[in-house]
Design a protein around this ligand. Sequence first.
Ligand code: PRX
Length: 656
Amino acid sequence: MSSQIDHLLNETRRFAPSPEFAADAVATADLYAQADADRDGFWAEQARSLHWHTPFTQVLDWTNPPFARWFADGELNVAYNCLDRHVAAGNGDRVALLWEGEPGDERRITYAELTEEVKRTANVLEELGIGVGDRVAIYLPMIPEAIAAMLAVARIGAIHSVIFGGFSADSLRSRIDDAGAKLVITADGGYRKGRVSPLKPAVDQALGDRGAGPQESVEHVLVVRRTENDISWTEGRDIWWHEAVAAASSEHEARPFPAENPLFILYTSGTTGKPKGILHTSGGYLTQAAFTNRVVHDLHPASDVFWCTADIGWITGHSYVTYGPLANGATQVLYEGTPDTPHPGRWWELVETYGVTILYTAPTAIRSFMKLGREIPQKFDLSSLRLLGSVGEPINPEAWMWYRSIIGGETAPIVDTWWQTETGAIMVSALPGVTETKPGSAQVPLPGIGIDVVDDEGTHVGNGNGGLLVITQPWPSMLRGIWGDPERFVETYWEKFHDKGFYFAGDGARLDEDGDVWFLGRVDDVMNVSGHRLSTTEIESALVGNEAVAEAAVVGAADETTGQAVVAFCVLKESFLKAHDVDGIVDILRRWVGEQIGPIARPRDVYIVTELPKTRSGKIMRRLLRDVAEGREVGDTTTLADTMVMSTIQSKITEK
Ligand code: PRX
């Protein structure tokens, strides 16, 4: 790791913004000085670019840390801010969504049309008895209804919990139960990789045999018709979206709600087996999502075509598909399918067709395109692109340079943006038009954001040194808690640097000689696979849930394309070995994890071993397993209870 970091820190290429770009840039250098002079005043000014039904007089209330309240005496309606106000300002005819389905079907939806759809949907939700504070689970493909559903929930002051369509019925069930959702919004299916990927059966299964589980909270399932595949139907519970929405009134008044009204819960993996429901509220979240979308993506809403490729099931899709761009009145591309269907140039074809000017995507996607070769993007006219963004994991300088030259035509600035589900919006990034960029570094905290790299005691490490990334000041879009578990919120993020009041992000980072931040990956048991967060513990519990497995250890191993890959080491049960033929067990276990959690969690490799390396106190030494998984010489084994274990594991693996 350290030689890799030294190599990175020797990166000397620098790209200054062009004078033409800088002249028209949304961000200006004086934002830093403004925020430094009066942080609260700076955020208040950003918040005032939203529409407040009742203007706020308080900015930050930090009297009960770590429970922050922003703009708490103000009232607003999030959906009104994303829709009605643009129509009221005369921009109703502006296209909000340039949608394309994977099979090539298209829809262009204006702000006026989306506003009407959301009003109707809001009426449907209210007729179904959904009110302020109720939870609505959304399990949809990337279709316009997904955005309409989120905004309709927000419009009536309810709370959405979007669950990525790739999660299994089990994952869906645990999220529905944890949030106590009253309604699930889903579709018959969506198109993925040229096939229908059914969603409704997973909902049926999640709501089906409840066994000894908690009392059923779900009263209705609202079903969007997308693929027209056969689905089963529960009379009285299931309702077709198209019928209900068409029958509903197109009049709906957006009532004001307090700024701290919860907006959504989004589940993400932590270090334990149980995903945590990250809670975000309204005013502060929308302020920072909209502000960062403007200054970091250099968004000019009247002329840009923005495209963030994230699924709405992740935080990036919440902040930079639904809330940021729509609050800013932007025009954006929304694409349902996978990048390589029906051909590997699909994304670049979309850029050309819609004249995309700003592209925001993940390093893992860039690396897969790199692997396929530059000939594919070069078949398309990408000259409309003027800004590129990266998110989700560190972007290696090679991928950064490829992105710049092949996709950005050597001119489009690249912003590498660091943030998390918990931070709600971008926290660390260059400002295009202002910052000289460096391939591989996310660089500097945004204006109004306090970031530091510290040692275990919370002391600043100084330039040229590595440590832990902390956030030193509360920020508007910070998580307000973990749904139903305030202790876990305090413990996970605030306990480590309790005396300093720092938020512990769980990321390692290093400051270079200029004080720029280089992210080095997670320091906990969280993996980052293709920019998706996965917990080693969650996958381990899934594995030991299989009848064959006695013990399991999971590590994230470096992978050229996906950043990290899931590698599992399993010890099988004696009883299982006696009674079964274990041929094919590796595939069975890989599939099993896919079924339990979702295909993204499926291990790349499963190794069957006879023992796991443990310390004398019984702790699994994942560091050693990572060495094996990455094909390195195994490090120091002296603290192992049985020092032979590693050579047995190693020989087992080289045998393969
Ligand atoms: O490790 C960091 C990595 O992704 C984690 C957050 O994951 P998630 O909550 O799923 O949100 C991803 C999208 C915002 C962080 O703790 N990460 C995210 N962006 C970057 C990054 N690591 C390095 N550089 C980034 N730009």
